[in-house]
Design a protein around this ligand. Structure first.
Ligand SMILES: [Zn+2]
Ligand SMILES: [Zn+2]
Length: 127
């Protein structure tokens, strides 16, 4: 890749985020790097995340868990957070454009991006 992945840690983090289907936290990133035999720590990871954020390559999200999660930047989408096991799932196929238009008309505002958070119980936890 380009300069985004100039260091091994950076390249591996980008690889991990690209493969993740939901936002990951710093502990998960550290574990992934260690599994790849890259010695690292949270400080290093935070530094890389700041760099990737600054470059507009990733998004930082927060779900009232007392920590941040990160994901590759992509189109507006939403998240489901299981209140039982804290699993986070991406939700992209929702029909919110109608609602966005309605809100814009009613409020006279211009909505540039949006994100919704759904809290509940995931499939696994319902078994
Ligand atoms: Zn769950
Ligand atoms: Zn997401």
């Amino acid at each position: 890749m380009n300069s985004i992945s100039r260091t091994p840690a950076r390249a591996t983090i980008v690889e991990f985020l690209s493969k993740s289907y939901s936002p990951v936290d710093v502990s998960q990133i550290v574990n992934f790097l260690r599994a790849k035999n890259l010695s690292t720590n949270k400080v290093t990871v935070y530094r890389v995340m700041d760099f990737l954020l600054e470059k507009g390559f990733i998004d930082k999200v927060e779900f009232r868990e007392g920590k941040f999660r990160y994901e590759i930047k992509r189109d507006d989408h939403h998240h489901f957070i299981c209140q039982n096991c804290d699993v986070v799932e991406d939700i992209s196929d929702c029909n919110i454009s109608v609602l966005v238009e309605e809100i814009q008309k009613k409020k006279g505002i211009l909505i540039k991006k949006h994100s919704l958070e759904f809290f509940g119980i995931c499939k696994n936890c319902q078994l």
